[in-house]
Design a protein around this ligand. Structure first.
Ligand SMILES: Cc1ncc(COP(=O)(O)O)c(C=O)c1O
Length: 375
């Protein structure tokens, strides 16, 4: 550090780092990134020069802004090409990704998503990266809690770099960069060989960030300890079980659940296929009026614009943390169904909801939630 007087914060950072490594079964962790986006920026800045090529999942297919959206730093400074989901299954098609990589010859492939309910095969991604001589970055922000618990396969020894935001798995705002077996792999920078992990250290500070946020790092130390507990790990499996139950309930009620279910914490629904004229935006708004928070989401190959969308995205981490299980998932899917089928649709963002019906729904939501207070 450049500053003196850091003896105690050094200890805190070492503790957070050791626990993050243990949680992910990793050989290197950097707990300084201010966010998941920042962690991605650090890795990308460490590897690429201006104009180098990135291959990533398209934003409108479930990718994240920081993976190459035109307005983000990735889109501004790098040459971004995308791979796409299979049009029929809406799942990752590794043969098609391999073909895209062979054509694009990227220096970096990014996998991981903001809206993808399937399992990601990190081994296959690494094989593809190796075939074209690219680095692989796995941004597992959405599924990092599941990975820590073993409820989703880990990328740590497949991807050269794994990143995650720390609030999504249940910790504080912030990010982390993780490395497995490629920690000591050499990279040539300005004619000099450097280990990849050292490159990440340097690109964290002074490359991308300034002073670390020690309050956040202390909170990460607390969170990673929590994440090592049996209770946390069991909770992650329960999150998946609840999401599967929600998906199967909604399928039974005639909903278009993308990919026919879920392997993780997330359920994507095409509400435009439920009722003529219903949009993701209207669904989000009317559910929220009744006390149910979901968010609209652009679905793969969506015909509607980003601000309107055909889809909604449901997630089970918070309700699960509060103690809900299968029975409550049945209750929630019933409430969602009642609201989405009970409103009068007027336009893309307009609908009419009967006041007494709304009050009735709100009371049912309150009654359910009051049995499971926030934890
Ligand atoms: C895949 C993915 N990466 C990164 C992020 C961003 O994380 P943060 O908000 O910590 O920058 C998100 C958040 O939505 C995400 O879904």
């Amino acid at each position: 550090r450049l500053h003196g007087g850091c003896e105690v914060v050094d200890q805190i950072e070492q503790l957070a780092t050791a626990r993050a490594k243990e949680a992910f079964g990793a050989q290197y962790a950097n707990v300084q990134p201010h966010s998941g986006t920042g962690a991605n920026q650090i890795v990308i800045t460490a590897l690429l020069e201006r104009g180098d090529k990135i291959l990533s999942l398209a934003l409108d297919q479930g990718g994240h802004y920081s993976h190459g959206m035109k307005e983000s730093f990735t889109g501004k400074f790098f040459d971004v090409e995308n791979y796409y989901l299979d049009k029929q299954t809406l799942l990752l098609n590794y043969d098609a990704i391999r073909a895209s990589a062979a054509k694009a010859r990227p220096k970096l492939i990014i996998c991981g998503a903001s809206a993808y309910p399937g399992t990601i095969d990190f081994k296959k991604f690494r094989e593809i990266a190796d075939e074209v001589g690219a680095y692989l970055l796995a941004d597992v922000s959405h599924i990092s809690g599941l990975i820590i618990a073993g409820a989703h396969p880990s990328p740590v020894n497949y991807a050269h770099f794994t990143t995650t935001s720390t609030y999504k798995p249940g910790g504080p705002r912030g990010g982390v960069v993780i490395m497995g077996r490629d920690r000591d792999q050499q990279i040539k920078v300005n004619g000099k060989n450097t280990a990849l992990w050292e490159r990440i250290q340097k690109m964290t500070f002074p490359g991308v960030q300034g002073t670390p946020y020690f309050n956040h790092i202390a909170a990460k130390a607390v969170f990673f300890k929590e994440s090592l507990s049996d209770e946390y790990k069991a909770g992650q499996f329960k999150i998946v079980e609840n999401a599967k139950r929600l998906a199967s309930d909604l399928l039974d009620m005639g909903y278009d659940v993308l990919t026919g279910g879920t392997d993780n914490h997330m359920v994507l629904i095409n509400v435009a296929n439920l009722r003529e004229g219903l949009t993701g935006l209207a669904a989000q708004k009317c559910l929220e009026e009744c006390g149910i928070i979901v968010n609209r989401i652009l679905l793969p190959y969506d015909k509607k614009k980003t601000s309107v969308t055909s889809g909604i995205r449901l997630g089970t981490p918070v309700v699960t943390k509060n103690g809900m299980g299968n029975k409550e998932m049945d209750g929630i899917s019933g409430l969602i169904d009642a609201v989405l089928k009970g409103v009068k649709i007027i336009g893309d963002s307009e609908y009419k909801i009967d006041e007494s019906f709304k009050e009735q729904m709100k009371n049912k939501v309150k009654e359910l939630c009051s049995k499971f207070p926030m934890r």
